[in-house]
Design a protein around this ligand. Sequence first.
Ligand SMILES: C[S@@+](CC[C@H](N)C(=O)[O-])C[C@H]1O[C@@H](n2cnc3c(N)ncnc32)[C@H](O)[C@@H]1O
Length: 466
Amino acid sequence: MPKEVKIFGVFIASPSDAKNERELVKSVVNNWNAEHYETDFRYEAILWESHAKRNVGRGQDIINEELVDKSDLMIAIFKNRLGTPTGGFMSATLEEIDRFQKAGKPVCILFSNESSNDTQEYIELQKWKENNAWNGFLTGEFSSQQDLSEIIRQELTKFRPMLEGGATAEEIYSKRKIQETYTESSSYDPTKDKERLRLQSQATLKFDKEHLDSVMKYLREKKGDQPIKILDVGCADGTVTVSRFEGYENINVLGIDISSKQISRAIENNKDKTNFTFQELNIIEAESLLDTDYDLIFSVYVMHHLKLSDVVMNNLWKKLSGNGVMFVRSPDDGLKVNFPENDNLNYLLTTTDKIKGSSDRKHGRKLYTFMKRFEDKPSKIDLKYFIDDTSNLTGDGREHYFSHYYGYRNQEIDKLASETKLPGDIKTAEKINNIMIEQKERFEDSSDVYSFSAAILAIAYKDFNI
Ligand SMILES: C[S@@+](CC[C@H](N)C(=O)[O-])C[C@H]1O[C@@H](n2cnc3c(N)ncnc32)[C@H](O)[C@@H]1O
């Protein structure tokens, strides 16, 4: 017996190099419908190949009017190409995305993280991704066809209630951002990385203190005799918290961390310090749980672990008092220099960065923009650069440097080997592991091999005036 169903069009947009992926999305949509056959909700995959009528006129205009304008959701896929330019747009796919977005309809963009080449078009694609992709769209990456089908299947399920409820793209984005922010947490396990964190803490101590001193002086002038209230987000076992703040008087420090093991250690190690408190808390819950009058929010080497760190930072910014200051330091491996150039090292850097769930190794450069975009604008943002290199380092110094800047990759290797079921990933993990061993030996024994690393510290002031 015929039944009435609501059909929502999913427009599949992509440059021509994602031909196989277009077909894959179509079959995922069909399978999704089969799984939801009992309901009155259906998706229809709309592709220009199958749906465009052969009318006379500019091909792209026909696709826009007949298909793009009549679809409800867009899934755009990018691999190596940005696409063929159309009048006024760098590519037809970008024209379709723009048209969809202007109509207030949701666009979900997925980038292959397996692709890489040095063509101009690929470089343009990466530029476009950096500049636009994270802002205002729902975006993600896929590493294989299997990964892509799983992502699309989940996306179709997530979009359903919102499309059914008639939500606009803006409502969908903000709701999804909040949902994702609230469910995310870092997969980083600090308990497995204690020694490296200690090295990291030592290496940056002087740098942090130098800049904290001026921030604390500023806050002291603002606060007079009142205690300065400090929040350390992602404090781990409290080593960094205490080493950075114990010299200052009349302060109250709360350190929070998602890891219960780390917080237990922090409490145990600092029982005698009455002005330091430690609490197990996921930053994501900060919005509802924390006070709103911190004078200083301090967070070092944490935000790059969070998928939506811009949203988290914006929420934390609201937790500061009127004169408050935010102090965030993140790594930026994109600024790393290694000489001589080394294929193995490049392989290690690029491959582990692609591991699903690994941290954002270029987070440092984003801090300024994230802060500039806070809803309630900072009056001043200072940027400071922490640089570290191997010149004149020998023996232990080189060993420390390598452990500090490359050691976290061991954790990524473990993750890759244990969490994925794909045989290719296990092989990659083995390959990276071998390269790590080889690199470590070469690096430590060759004092002529040079490496340079950087981190970026951003300090935002709510109301800077002195
Ligand atoms: C690389 S460690 C840095 C620790 C410390 N700030 C330091 O500089 O040594 C990152 C820390 O962030 C914590 N973390 C990650 N995601 C978190 C979240 N969602 N909420 C609270 N802490 C989190 C981890 O448990 C870990 O202790």
